[in-house]
Write a protein that binds this ligand. Structure first.
Ligand code: C2E
Ligand code: MG
Ligand code: MG
Ligand code: MG
Length: 289
């Protein structure tokens, strides 16, 4: 009896696993064809603002996928599949191309693009990135490449590619800072220009139950500055969080308090709106023309 039950349980898990594998294979096929036809995928842009005065200084490109039957799929759900299947290479380059084109609309802003560690393993990665950006007419010095710790801890070829990209003028931002597992030793090697404090630290700020996040965030800002790095905080949702970070000298802020990721046209509206208080008369006369 017990033996039969064990068999049922194993059969059950085998079925579940089988469905899981099939679903992933379907998503892989769908993603491949979305890329090929350039249908369903789009890039949205989230503003990054100066902590000192709230003006928009940069944008982060964030990919979205509208699946024909499953609806909106967020990157946390399909980027891992893209990484496992190698599709991240063409997908990442498509996002980079879109972001570069969009960046030409606002020569005074920087444009940040996320890169997966997997992309660094592809052949001639740095050369291809440099070519895509040059072909678009964008200036590499205004393109910021967001990487995670795994890139800094990568193999020699990966480190070499990162070095080549920095030498070509790209700025490097270390994303999700504080969530990794390694030592801080890599910051000593001056391979990055900016750290982005992970949202999980910001979320706890000002919550009575958490007494450690404040001092921790403050220490991260100070650490970054000691190393000569720009410090950005992600996931700012409240005025309280904004004030905390601004008063500690954090340079840049990003989060729903300012805007979620929106279309390029909506960014244009945000920029126009943020200019309005400077001179109502000037923007009114611009609107008339
Ligand atoms: P990330 O690079 O850390 O991007 C920030 C994520 O936090 C975005 O989620 C953004 O929408 C979200 N976010 C921003 N402000 C707030 C806030 O105030 N509150 C909350 N709750 N969330 C906020 P998204 O767009 O879903 O992207 C998730 C992750 O997927 C990104 O994290 C990034 O690691 C990855 N990703 C997105 N686009 C790309 C891409 O083109 N290439 C690669 N390789 N990864 C990407
Ligand atoms: Mg990012
Ligand atoms: Mg992040
Ligand atoms: Mg991330």
């Amino acid at each position: 009896h017990a033996k039969a039950e064990g068999r049922d349980v194993r059969r059950y898990f085998a079925d579940v696993m089988d469905q899981h594998v099939k679903l992933r294979a379907r998503i892989e096929d769908d993603l491949r064809s979305a890329l090929k036809r350039e249908r369903g995928l789009k890039v949205l842009y989230q503003p990054q603002v100066s902590a000192a005065d709230g003006t928009i200084i940069g944008l982060e490109a964030l990919v979205r996928w509208h699946h024909p039957t499953h609806g909106l799929i967020l990157p946390d759900q399909f980027i891992p599949i893209a990484e496992e299947t190698g599709l991240i290479v063409p997908l990442g380059e498509w996002v980079l191309r879109q972001a570069c084109e969009t960046s030409l609309r606002w020569p005074h802003l920087f444009m940040a693009v996320n890169l997966s560690a997997k992309q660094f393993h592809s052949n001639k990665f740095a050369e291809r990135v440099i070519k895509i950006v040059r072909d678009s007419g964008a200036d590499p010095r205004r393109i910021e490449l967001e990487i995670t710790e795994s890139v800094l801890l990568g193999d020699p070829a990966t480190r070499e590619a990162l070095k080549a990209l920095r030498e070509a003028g790209f700025r490097i931002a270390l994303d999700d800072f504080g969530t990794g597992h390694s030592s801080l030793g890599y910051l000593r090697q001056f391979e990055v220009d900016k750290i982005k404090i992970d949202r999980s630290f910001i979320k706890q700020l000002g919550q009575g139950s958490d007494k450690n996040s404040g001092p921790l965030v403050e220490a991260i800002v100070a650490l970054g500055h000691t190393m000569g790095l720009t410090v950005t905080a992600e996931g700012i949702e409240t005025d309280q969080q904004r004030e905390f970070l601004a008063s500690r000298g954090c340079n840049e802020l990003q989060g729903f308090l300012f805007s979620e990721a929106v279309t390029a046209d909506a960014v244009a509206d945000l920029i126009r709106a943020s200019m309005r208080p400077v001179s109502k008369a000037v923007s009114a006369s611009l609107d008339r023309n």
